[in-house]
Design a protein around this ligand. Sequence first.
Ligand SMILES: [Ca+2]
Ligand SMILES: [Ca+2]
Length: 509
Amino acid sequence: MALLFRQLLLSCLLLGSVLEILGQLPFKRFEYKYSFKPPYLAQKDGSVPFFEHAGNAIASEENLRVTPSLRSQKGSIWSKLLTNFDWWEVEIVFRVTGRGRIGADGLAFWYTEERAVEGPVFGSKDQWKGLGVFFDSFDNDNKHNNPYIMALTNDGTKQYDHQNDGSTQQIAGCLRDFRNKPFPVRARIQYYRNILFVMFNNGMSNNENDFELCLRVENVFLPSRGYFGVSAATGGLADDHDVQKFMTWSLTADQPGITSDSGITNSEQQKFEKEFQNYQQELQKKKDDYLKEHPEAQKEKENEEDWFEEEQIRELRQIFQGQSDLRNLVQNLARKLDEIVGRQENTNSLITNFQQTAALSQGQHIPQVPGQVPVQQVASPLQRFEVDNILAASRELVASTREIKNLLSSISAKQDQAAARPVGSGGVDVSSSVNELKEGINAVKRDMTVVSQRVHSIPITQTGGQVACPSVSCVSTTMFIAVAVVQIAAFLGYSIYKNSKESQSKKFY
Ligand SMILES: [Ca+2]
Ligand SMILES: [Ca+2]
């Protein structure tokens, strides 16, 4: 009960906070001048539009290798333009890969007043003014807490404490492994109304929206305008640090173009969109031209991936994809179950409230609201376990009815048997035989009496003073005994015949 109540309370709180968040959700606008992504991330000359990369960074069509996996490398890429919006969200899609179990040093995202100055903090300048979000691979302080993600703000006075992995300087952080993942990892860094959010997708699934919260800090005050940058460094150990996408959105409280607070109107937005489309078309045209000139390049590119995928890796990838799909399915199921449970609990609480208020307001609860109560009763959803109980009970009922039926039919069958079975092996049959015997004997007696009466009633004809036998017929004693014996023998024979017939018929049962 307490658990149920707690769940209910939690879901209510969650709903409340979701509604609150929905009310506060900013409007997003993609800022292509602060973004890069494939295809055609880099142009023919190796430059990235609106960005500038430096150090050991190499740009290709598909990604930007901030550092290759060589010792003591430093590389960076910075937006050329200063931001022209207050709040923003940046999503970086990247990979940190190395052959070793441990890698170094890490990758950093920057939003700073200054740009493109090489230095010791993941390849960039120390004592920065603004925000750094570090993906620190190497465990300098040996606390077994790396790879680690952390956010550090700096007003230009603090020096990064490399030896302790900046553990005392961070404003927040989370322990997440981002090295050697099957899919690119993603970090979503949002700065809106002085709240800093970092969401992280650990690249264990190919679901692009599989983000989890890494950190959330309130009252973060960053320079109102700044440059975006990414830098990376390697040390004695080395990883490849590859950025595949860097996407920026400006965030506003009001829908752009409707109010003038953000200074952006509908026409401006359309202008930007058109400009972006033109740019994309131009880029596409140039690429197509290039491919026309070098058709072999396209083929090589297409086949490259097949060449590099070994059989084992492909198998592993397929297994992993299967697992990921399963995981997604399970996650979806869990989400749906939560949803259903939440809905049921909400409905239950509503019904309980309704019943309580109805009971409190009036003693005559049901007729008071004739239209609603039956509807509520009909609509009241049963708990899952209640439904199960009812089903189990009905199953039991059916089973017992069946048993009773079987019992009844067997009883009636036995009755029929008993009725059809004329003689059993018990004393009843013997006594009936005895009775029949007695009756037979009685009949014989009666016959004898009748005969003797007849004998006595016959008029005596005197022949010389002697009583003579009647002339008609006169039964002698031997004759009488012989008749009696024949009768008894006949009766016994019939009796034996009857018994043998019964025993034959019993064999059928
Ligand atoms: Ca470190
Ligand atoms: Ca550490």
